[in-house]
Design a protein around this ligand. Structure first.
Ligand code: CUA
Length: 174
């Protein structure tokens, strides 16, 4: 079968572009920890205040035995709770999110934190902050009139500073 040289060249270019896209997707997935949501865990959104994990006094950062941190947060119209949170840099942090009303999204620019928070499910994302500073937490799923105002802030401090804060104040809820 004869294939024109020009056709061959363009076929090569098209395949090359497709290959480049696949490489970029796989590269981002492995280098930036991007992955499809896979944590299928259900919870009764109407009874969060009675749940063992997401009652008000259980929210915030909790240190695990291996030094990692689990953060439990609730999204609701129109805010992320707890409203104020301080976390350490250079530490593995697993966020567990639940919604108390409708579907929200959470996005933290410059991190791999971006997930939908669907009522009835626990959304889980692991991340680490490499630099101290203020990280905005934004809702990126339209959830009602106040959607544009649904955001909060997470303050990241150095590991040493965080340890000092938590020695003075006991468990870190805020
Ligand atoms: Cu919550 Cu938009």
């Amino acid at each position: 079968m004869h294939i024109d040289k020009l056709e061959k060249n363009w076929a090569g270019i098209s395949l090359g572009i497709a290959g480049l896209f696949v490489t970029v997707i796989l590269g981002s997935a492995f280098l930036h920890g991007i992955h499809a949501p896979s944590n299928v865990e259900t919870i009764d959104s109407a009874k969060l205040h009675l749940s063992a994990e997401f009652a008000e006094d259980k929210l915030g950062a909790h240190r695990n035995a291996n030094g990692s941190i689990t953060v439990r947060m609730v999204a609701g119209r129109y805010g992320f709770y707890p409203k104020e949170l301080t976390l350490p840099a250079e530490t593995e942090i697993t966020f567990r999110w639940v919604s108390l009303d409708v579907i929200h999204g959470v996005h933290m620019p410059m991190t791999n934190m971006s997930t939908m928070i669907v009522p009835g499910y626990v959304a889980q994302v692991s991340t680490a902050f490499h630099h101290a500073g203020d990280y905005p937490v934004l809702c990126n799923e339209y959830c009602g009139m106040g959607h544009a105002h649904m955001w909060s802030n997470i303050k990241v401090v150095s590991k040493a500073q965080w340890e000092a804060l938590n020695k003075q104040g006991g468990a870190n809820h805020g």
